[in-house]
Design a protein around this ligand. Structure first.
Ligand code: ADP
Ligand code: MG
Length: 462
């Protein structure tokens, strides 16, 4: 067996020297910023029975450090001292100024409410001038969320608490939150509104912990009238930030202040959220923004084109609404590119210039599915031969799968009807059009068929 224990069980100065060597080594590997954030707050407490115990101030830091640095720390320490077998990270909060607790909680904080610039103060984030209610196009997928947001913005009390907005990326959550803030700022300038991302909230919280400044942190947040936190899924699983958020949340709700929150999932679907926080989040109004529909995409494009003062032909707008379905951000980006290009080269916008300018984007939206892949996948799904995709056989058992493949080719690629027809044994474009219509009709009336097609689509879009 290796060296006896007393070498290191010995003076704690040895231990501190070893830590110094280890942490300096790791400092070089991970860089200064990470070192300052994660290693510097660590405190080596003891060494016994092969176990080094290090304290960190928060659970979040412990989780992070153990996921990212624990293994490497152990290796490095082993090089300093071969009797080290393991490193334990424990949470042990350093004494903070909170000792003289809450003496001036809330006093004098209202003077933070000082008109428009308030929103740009150092705890919030700046607002985007384009994100107003006026610029928000309302359609079926977002009408409920929109109505709820308007309600919060127009009420001078608190209609429901919190307002919880959720939906996928780029569907308008941030836009609606900023719109609420703009509206309140314009109509009730005496109310303090703070908007920030959950990420920033967490960052500020950790900084406050490190700088032992949590009293200020708490009172800043707890003195606002309307607190908006964007993308709270970010703090799921970050225990201590969640804890702080929960307390801030409760304090504000108890004082009758408004809270608005967004996330990519509903409260109950957020993983790593504490039960009691989830139930509090569920207490107010939960409004989801659904994926866009063709009509909404077209409406948004028309509105944006109008605002850009650009002449965009209707068929181009329809084409974009049809092809760029992922989210509104991408849709907007595509339109901007087309318009910018036409202004730059001084030529009007046409289908050709559009397809040309957006070639890469359209291809990405096709996710590079080829007609051949579609044919292969569909044939195997329905148990027919790939050659049947090209053949002239008209038996229903092969004609139907062929129609599905044509339909999917139309949906998932940018190929035109004649091009698709050619790939299916040189058929006419009207045949393809008929297939598309037929499949659409069947999807509407036959649930199992609809499921089949949907499944294929998902597989192909992979
Ligand atoms: P999220 O926060 O849900 O990821 P954003 O609010 O950032 O999405 O929206 C992405 C972009 O799409 C923004 O530029 C926003 O203005 C625009 N947008 C989203 N929904 C709409 C809408 N209904 N009307 C107008 N613009 C919209
Ligand atoms: Mg957002």
């Amino acid at each position: 067996m290796p060296n006896d224990m007393q070498v290191d069980g010995g003076g704690s100065s040895d231990l501190q020297q070893q830590w110094k060597n280890v942490s300096n080594h790791l400092r070089v590997e991970i860089g200064e910023a990470s070192y300052q954030s994660w290693l510097r707050p660590m405190n080596v407490l003891s060494f016994s029975d092969g176990v080094i115990t290090i304290s960190v101030p928060t659970r979040f830091m412990r989780d992070w450090a153990s996921a990212h640095y624990q293994e490497r720390l152990t290796e490095l320490w082993y090089k300093e001292n071969v009797t080290v077998e393991r490193i334990d990270l424990v949470v042990h909060s350093a004494p903070t100024k909170e000792g003289n607790k809450n003496l001036q909680k809330d006093s004098g904080q209202k003077n933070m409410a000082a008109g428009p610039s308030q929103l740009n103060n150092d705890i919030g984030a700046p607002l985007d001038g384009r994100f107003s209610f006026e610029q928000f196009v309302v359609g079926k997928p977002n009408e409920f969320a929109y109505a709820a947001a308007r309600r919060v913005a127009e009420a001078d009390s608190v209609p429901f608490n919190p307002l919880f907005l959720y939906g996928g990326v780029g569907l308008g959550k941030t836009h609606l939150m900023h719109a609420i803030a703009w509206h309140i700022q314009a109509n009730q300038p005496e109310r303090t509104v703070i908007y920030l991302s959950a990420e920033k909230f967490m960052y500020r919280f950790i900084t406050a912990l490190r700088e032992q400044n949590t009293v200020d942190f708490k009172s800043q947040f707890r003195s606002v009238d309307v607190l908006m936190i964007d993308d709270v899924q970010f703090i799921a699983g970050k225990d201590s930030t969640q804890e702080e958020f929960f307390h801030t949340f409760n304090a504000l709700v108890d004082q009758g202040r408004q809270i608005v929150i967004s996330a990519d999932k509903s409260p109950s679907d957020l993983e790593g959220m504490e039960e009691r926080l989830v139930s509090r989040l569920n207490c107010g109004l939960v409004a989801d923004i659904h994926a866009t529909t063709y009509e909404l995409r077209l409406g948004i494009l028309q509105s944006k084109a109008h605002k850009l003062g650009a002449q965009v032909p209707a068929n181009v707008l329809e084409f974009l609404a049809h092809k760029i379905t992922a989210n509104v951000r991408e849709l907007e980006g595509a339109l901007n590119r087309v318009v910018a290009h036409s202004q730059l080269v001084g030529r009007e916008i046409t289908m050709e210039t559009t397809q040309d300018v957006l070639r890469d984007l359209l291809r990405a939206n096709d996710r590079r599915v080829t007609i051949e892949e579609i044919q292969k996948q569909v044939a195997s799904h329905f148990n027919v031969r790939i050659s049947d995709m090209h053949s002239a056989r008209r038996a229903r058992s092969v004609a139907r799968p062929r129609q599905v493949a044509m339909y999917l080719a139309k949906q998932l690629t940018t190929r035109s009807l004649p091009e698709i027809g050619r790939k299916f044994g040189g058929r006419d474009h009207t045949t393809v059009m008929h297939a598309v219509r037929k499949v659409e009709e069947l999807r509407e009336h036959e649930p199992t068929f609809n499921e089949d097609v949907e499944l294929l689509r998902r597989i192909l879009e992979g």
